[in-house]
Structures are given as structure tokens and as C-alpha cells.
Design a protein around this ligand. Sequence first.
Ligand code: HEM
Length: 464
Amino acid sequence: MATKMILLNLLTIPLLYFFLRKRKAIAATKLPPQPPGLPLLGNLHQLGSFPHRSLNSLSKQYGPIILLRLGIVAPTVVISTAELAEQVMKTQDLIFANRPPSSMANHLFYNSTDIAFSPYNDYWRMMKKISIVHLLSNRRVQSYKRLRQEEMDLLIAEIHAASAAAEAVNLSKRLRVLTNDIICRVALGRKYSGETRFQEMLDEFRKLLGSFPMADFFPWLGWVDRVIGLEGRARRASKELDELLERVLEEHLSRKKSSNAIGSSKECMDLVDVLLSVKEEHDSNDDADIALGKEHIKALILEMFAAGTDTTFTTLEWGMAELIKHPTVMQKVQREIRDTLRSKQVIEQEDIDRLTYLKATIKETLRLHVPVALLIPRLTMEDTQLQGYDIPAGARIIINAWGIARDPNYWNRPEEFWPDRFLNSNVDFRGQQFQLTPFGAGRRACPGIDFGIAVIECTLVNLL
Ligand code: HEM
């Protein structure tokens, strides 16, 4: 009996000690306020069709920092003030520089070896550097000036022809084709707008990227994605895109071989050409310890389409829609463009830089209609604190850039389209002022700002 008692004590005392310590640790943790949710689903059902709007309402009710449970994955923290956004994207940028895993990105981006979905590591650093230095630098963006103008001229000619025939032009549709064509020519060297299958493939790619796979919220329900066919669709889409990109790479490689023989021009290099040269240099560098393979190049090219087309197109579409709804603003921008450019045929960057009101109009469009409303989620790399609340390592962070850009604490008449607000203000969208971050900020900021803005400015100047 005595031995039994001793054994029981030996077992229960450590258990009790462990239990009490855990309770103490939980009690000592001060987590952000959590809106009540449902068993298993957590707060998933509260996201609705427009998560940025639903999260904005929740933050008005529960505060600027809230904790959600989305399925059974790690806790998700949603922040909705410029001060907290600055903490996440500047003061504690390194702690929040990781990305949560995404099963769809694993399918579509060669195991998330693109930039946006790649975890924060040496590989991401190498790819981001390649994008900033070689693919999306201001110099590279300027080198595509003629190409942008050629595509614009085609659109303007089409509009003239339609108006001469008294026909309507579906500007939304046409602006989507325009941004696609520009990215195609810049990235792949030619347009694919006449090829229906290519367009269908891109549409499917976009739909899949925007889908909500079960595996990401309830890992043990991953089989549902197979049963409903989502996984199969992702496999087929990535296989077909891979075959196309393989062909594009082969064509470029053989052209490179023959042009090397006669001397190639750096002027007309598309992004595949650039990446192949970067790869050649990388492969010959004995100190390079991270491989830059063909699949990584394909992931980067796909990224240009995924990150660069819809964002640019929606800004253009909202910009034109707001101008049509606000004729006085429209007249003011048109007058500025006419007075500044007069009958100039070739528009240089310096000319565009003088268009203060156009630039204010673009800022206002990006403020009122933040294209990536919740930015891209981040993943906390170590335990930390935000506004006195404990944020555990592994928590996901969502920044409601849309809500912040409409917050009356930072903006006068926030719901109004009013470009004049930017005329005597130094607020910009380049990640220095956290009440306006349509491109994110810090280490994970968008490297395509100059590229996107160049397309938007060129298109608006010509259309207006
Ligand atoms: C109006 C146009 C655009 C907008 C509003 C936009 C917005 C964004 C946003 C919000 C992010 C996430 C930032 C963060 O997590 O803090 C991002 C990331 C990214 N964007 Fe853009 N983007 C635009 C155009 C482009 C273009 C044209 C390209 C390339 C051709 C591009 C390439 C990327 C890449 C590669 C990332 C991932 C960066 C990383 O995770 O380190 N973007 N963009």
C-alpha cells in the first residue's frame, strides 16, 4: 500500500506542478481581445465576402488589435491603426518578416519559391535582391517606356475607331488586356492576348490563387480539397503553365545562343533574358551557396503576372471610374495634362513628374481603393508584444491597410474621392507614412512600385 502511495505521489506531483506552471503562464499572457467565435470554425464565418470590411467593423467593436481563430491554424492578429502598422512593418519588421505557408502557393509557385510566398530566409533575400536590382529597378522600368507607349497607342487608336463608328468601348475589359499585354511583353518578350488558351490559363491561375483551400485552415481536412477537385485543378494549371514557361525558356535560350554569336543588345532584353543572364553569372560564381535553378526563374516570372497585373489594372479601373463620377476633378487633371504637355508627342518621365494633380489623383485612388486591402499576411518569428499585448511566435498578422486608409483619425472626409487633399501634403505611398501603405512597407514591401506606377501614369496621361 505504502509503495502504491509513493508511486502515485511520484506521478501526480510533477503533473500538478506542470499544470500549475502552465496555468500561470496562460494567466501571465495578455492576448489581444478576441471576438467570440464558433467551435472549430473559430471566427472564419465572420470574414464574409469582403474580409477587409468585416474586419474593419470587428476592429471598431473590439479595438485596433484583435485576435481571431481562423479554423484550427495558428492564431491570427488583425491590426487597424497606422501606429501598429508602423510597429509591424518598421520597428519590429524583422520579427514579422515571415509569411504563413500556403498550400496553393506550393502548387502554383514551385513549392513557394517565388518572392511573395517564400519564407523569410537566404533564398528569399537572394530573390528579392534579384527583383530589386535586375528586374524592377527604376532604370529597367524606364527602359520599357517605348513598349508601354506602343501598347497605349494601340488602345487610343481602338478608342478613336470605336468613337468614329459610334460604338461603346468596354474600358474595364480593355484596361485588363492592356496591363496583361504590357507584362507579357516585358516578361516574356511577346504578347499572348490573341491566344485564348493562354488567357484561360491565367484566369484559372488567378482564381486558384484567390481560393480558400481547406488544408490551410483545417490541416486534417486536406482531403476535401482533393474530393472537390481543387487540388486537381491546381495540379493541372501548374503543369500547363510549366509547359508553356519551359517553351518560353527554350526559345530564349536558343535565341541567346545565336545572338551571342552576333553580339546581343541589352536594350531589348525582356525579363526572361535578364534572368537567364543573372543565372549564368550566378552559376559561374563559386561563392554562391544558394542554387538559382530553372524552376526558380519560372516561379519569378509567374510572380510578375500574379503580383503585377490585377493590382495595376484595378487601380486604373477605379481611377477612371472615380474620374467619371467626379467631372470637376476630371477636368482639372485634363487641364493640367494639356497645359503641361501641349502637343508633345513623346512624353518623358520629367514631363510626368510635373503633373502634380495627376499624381495626387493616383494617390487618392490608391488610398480609397487599396488594391491589396489586407496586404499579404505575415508570420511572427518570435514571441513579442504589440501595444502591450503578447503576440506568440507563429501568429499570423493581418494589416488592414484598407481600414487605415479610410480612418477619420488620419483623414479628413475619409470616404470622399478628393485628390486635393494631397496637394499640400507630404504623405506618399512608398512605405514611410503608415496611414497610406498600398504597397506595404519594410523588408516585405512591394518591389514593383515603380513598375506599377509607370504603367498607371502612362495610361492615365494618354487616356485623359
Ligand atoms: C498598383 C500596383 C501594385 C500594388 C498596389 C502592389 C501591392 C503589393 C503589396 C501590398 C504587397 C505586399 C507587401 C507587404 O507584405 O508588406 C506586394 C508585394 C509584392 N509585389 Fe506588388 N503591388 C503592385 C504592383 C506590383 C508589380 C507591377 C510587381 C512586379 C511586376 C509586383 C511585385 C510584387 C512582389 C514580388 C511582392 C512580394 C514582396 C515580398 O514578399 O518580399 N507588385 N505588392
